[in-house]
Design a protein. Sequence first.
Length: 144
Amino acid sequence: MRFTFKYRKANDKSGNKILRPEIEVKLANGSKSQKAVALLDSGADTCFIPRVLAERLGLGLDGKPTITKGVGGKIGVFESTINIEISGGHEKAILENVPVTIPKEDGETAWILLGRAVFFEYFEINFRQAADQIVLKKAEASPY
């Protein structure tokens, strides 16, 4: 199983055109799902989704939040799980019960990040910067 994606065009904070390693995914919780664009982030421990998306997917945001640290500092977060579907051509991969981190406060982040827990364990990921490509190949040693 192998997927190849082109880097996606975006604007940086100054409005300059840049390319990012982002892919289209389908996030699901039971019968609720949402297609979205997610950034592959080798520096993220887990996957991360905005609170508004977590609410749309019906993820439970009850209980006491924990604190996490990242590039933006410390924030309160909830933890849950989702299913992530990747597709391309005739291939499809569904990663089930992927740990996901959700900010306590709405607006803390708008990013969807695919981090190392489960996602980077399931795939061998080749960032082909010179070719503006990301290649995902199911890892032979994947525990999933």
